[in-house]
Design a protein around this ligand. Structure first.
Ligand code: SAM
Ligand code: TMP
Ligand code: ZN
Length: 404
């Protein structure tokens, strides 16, 4: 198995077994039709990029029925509004600026750019969510971004001042084509800004559910700097973000075009000092993950034996890894409540737990709620105070199994 970035040797360090497509919520009659793959993760011994060992064909994940909505969290709506405001005030403050967003989803970020009257384009292959973006006035192209797409955007719209991607770049195995596309599309002084879950946070918190089909790469400053270098870019800024359980926003510029901020050297030094992808760090991670699985299954089995009721909260893509790796089905978690219309009335992939709307999370409350959307814990607990007031208890499994 060779590294998708540099062809170096991959060292496998965690294995989650047979897994379904994480966002493929199934209709009750269609459970015989599911696609499975082997979910295992390795690190490149040359460039330190952490990556999946098997790729799921992109059309199986990103299509007309892709259910995930960026607008599903108030915290994320504010996060993208604030980022758009910052881009408008800085990189997009010149004459007739142009910004391209890869994976714009339902247009949550670009809606602010569109409202400011700034030239923009969202590139979004998932037709259903792209239609939602278009309906709110965002200019969107239904396509996978890659080298050829970039050339045709350049021919029609001219060069971009900013290419931006949130929770999208790490979803794309074919980064060589993406980086070539960005190099084609970006103005000489432009920036490529992307934010994704940070390997350092995932290892620290043992948040193994960040590993699933769509999260093909787990980036670090070290691996992103090498990726950038191979394509004629410098890593010129990094910013730690609290969202989605800990992310980093990376800024790339053409080689020599900008002076890197001190934060870049600081994060690189911290990764080296902490032996981020060292064998001991990765062994510790794998050990903690197995421990979480055993404690969670013990807890849920004990609760069932006592006759306690347990609902899930948030039918996240992340939950696919937890449910299928731990072997948790409707016998242990009766159903999962989630606000996403395209998930409701369906079953979770592989584990077949029914998904219901948020109205199902109401009195009489269950005794316990397993919080799969733990990255939105603050937002969710703030609006669900009645659950604890009624005597309910939250179950969290990151960074360890604990009750709140
Ligand atoms: N940017 C949004 C956010 O952060 O909430 C959406 C993130 S969603 C997890 C990933 C998105 O990337 C999906 O909407 C998917 O359709 C899109 N995507 C996948 N491959 C892509 C590609 N090659 N080019 C552009 N978008 C892509
Ligand atoms: P994410 O962790 O990938 O952003 O997915 C969060 C999931 O949780 C998504 O399916 C929407 C759902 N959700 C709720 O059901 N209620 C909420 O209050 C929030 C914030 C998310
Ligand atoms: Zn490599």
């Amino acid at each position: 198995m060779a590294c998708r970035i540099c062809s170096g040797r991959l060292h496998r360090f965690a294995d989650f077994g047979r897994q379904p497509v994480s966002d493929a919520f199934v209709l009750p009659g269609d459970t015989g039709e599911e696609f499975f793959f082997d979910l295992a993760v390795g690190v490149c011994e040359s460039c330190a990029m952490v990556q999946l060992l098997q790729e799921v064909p992109r059309e199986r994940m990103f299509h007309e029925g892709y259910p995930y909505l960026s607008s599903g969290s108030a915290v994320m709506r504010e996060h993208f509004r604030s980022l758009a405001g910052r881009l408008l005030a800085t990189e997009l403050a010149g004459p007739d600026p142009f910004v391209v967003e890869l994976g714009c989803n339902d247009g949550t970020m670009l809606a602010t750019i569109a409202a400011a009257g700034v030239r923009h384009l969202g590139v979004e292959p998932s037709g259903g969510v792209a239609d939602l973006a278009a309906a709110r006035g965002v200019r969107v192209r239904k396509d996978f971004f890659e080298a050829a797409t970039a050339a045709s955007i350049l021919a029609f719209d001219g060069p971009a001042d900013v290419v931006y991607a949130a929770n999208t770049l790490c979803h794309i195995p074919y980064l060589d084509s993406i980086m070539k596309g960005v190099a084609t599309l970006l103005r000489p002084g432009g920036v490529f800004v992307f934010e994704d879950p940070y390997l350092g946070d995932i290892l620290d918190r043992a948040s193994f559910d960040q590993i699933y089909d769509e999260h093909f790469y787990l980036f670090s400053a070290t691996s992103v700097r090498e990726l950038a270098r191979r394509h004629g870019f410098d890593l010129v800024d990094v910013e730690r973000l609290p969202v989605h359980g800990g992310e980093v926003r990376y800024t790339l510029a053409r080689r020599g075009a900008r002076t890197p901020s001190p934060a870049v050297a600081e994060l690189l030094a911290a990764e080296e000092a902490g032996a981020l992808t060292g064998p001991q760090t990765l062994r510790d991670f794998a050990g903690r993950v197995a421990g979480i699985r055993d404690s969670l299954v013990d807890l849920l089995t004990g609760l069932r034996a006592r006759g306690a009721t347990v609902y899930g909260y948030g039918a996240t893509a992340k939950s696919a890894t937890v449910l299928n790796y731990c072997g948790i089905g409707p016998g242990l978690v009766s159903h999962i409540c989630d606000t996403t219309p395209a998930k409701q009335g369906r079953l979770t992939p592989g584990s077949h737990i029914p998904v219901r709307g948020p109205e199902a999370f109401a009195a009489p409350y269950p005794d316990y709620a397993l919080l799969f959307a733990w990255n939105h814990a603050e937002e969710i607990m703030a609006k669900e105070t009645a659950f604890r007031d009624a005597g309910g208890t939250w179950i969290l499994y990151v960074p360890d199994v604990h009750l709140v």
